[in-house]
Design a protein around this ligand. Structure first.
Ligand code: 13P
Length: 278
């Protein structure tokens, strides 16, 4: 069932469990993600990042996303991840995405507020939910062409002001994760004190980007202490490659099956880790 982001995230925040937002960059991944969520009877935000539009067009992502979301009973949100400009976001809304993220986190606060308000006005008019980011989660995988950027922690004052000034439905905050693989496979140290302060000060669901490699303990605790939505991308690529290497496929069909299975395992792990949390 295709559903807006706000309904799913507000229910999760009230129930104190997390929702996984897996990014797909192949049509197979979209199918695997929806079928996995449906098998576990757990909603997800099926996410497509603007930075991947060179691999699948927005139109293809919308078609396949809506097709699979509408085919199952489990609530599925079709989400545009890391939208970079108004025109692209507007097209996503027109094509049927039910949630969009504007990432203007590299701009200054006033500009971020101004741009986010424009997107909120356009999206809310169509019943589409909006996520934005304050502070900045850096890293290397923000899009295929994305440059590596450093993280900037979210401050409580900025988050509070930003949420009130923009009317966003959820807010991505920066508390120590980054996009992509951590150097030396180290587990990042999260600032849980800041997370608790943010959760107490901001009324809308909080989002954690850069979920891959963050560690199960960190993620369970993050959800316990105020994160509602968890973005994951890189771990699907790692999981698919591990499965492919283990399967040693001798045909493209076998290779595709192994890739699908690797992604299914990774999503199952994250859903069981945070969405089933009491
Ligand atoms: P990872 O690639 O680190 O999981 O980050 C994904 C993400 O935050 C997408 O928005």
């Amino acid at each position: 069932m295709l559903i807006d982001g706000k309904s799913v995230l507000d229910a999760a925040k009230a129930g104190r469990y997390g929702i996984v937002a897996p990014d797909f960059l192949t049509l197979n991944a979209a199918r695997v993600f929806v079928q996995t969520a449906d098998a576990l009877k757990t909603p997800i935000l099926l996410s497509f990042a603007q930075g991947h539009a060179g691999l699948i067009s927005l139109e293809e992502a919308a078609l396949v996303g809506k097709y699979w979301a509408e085919k199952v009973d489990t609530p599925i949100v079709l989400h545009l991840d890391h939208g970079q400009d108004f025109d692209f976001l507007q097209r996503a809304v027109e094509l049927g995405f039910t949630s969009v993220m504007l990432d203007a986190s590299m701009k200054d606060m006033d500009e971020n507020i101004r741009l986010t308000r424009e997107v909120v006005a356009c999206a809310h008019a169509k019943g589409v939910s909006v996520e934005a980011e304050i502070g900045h989660v850096g890293g290397a995988s923000e899009g295929i062409e994305g440059a590596t950027t450093d993280s900037v922690y979210t401050t409580v004052e900025e988050a509070k002001t930003f949420a009130a000034a923009t009317g966003v439905d959820s807010l991505a905050v920066s508390i120590g994760t980054s996009h992509g693989v951590y150097a030396g496979s180290r587990t990042p140290e999260l600032n849980f004190k800041r997370l608790q302060e943010l959760a107490a000060a901001v009324p809308v669901p909080l989002v954690l980007h850069g979920g891959s490699g963050t560690g199960d303990e960190n993620l369970r605790r993050a959800v316990r202490e105020g994160i509602t939505k968890l973005n994951v991308y890189t771990d699907f690529l790692v999981g698919a490659m591990a499965e492919i290497k283990a399967a040693e496929p001798d045909s493209l069909v076998e290779l595709q099956k192994a890739s699908d299975e690797g992604m299914r395992k990774v999503l199952t792990h994250y859903i069981e880790l945070i969405s089933k949390q009491p």
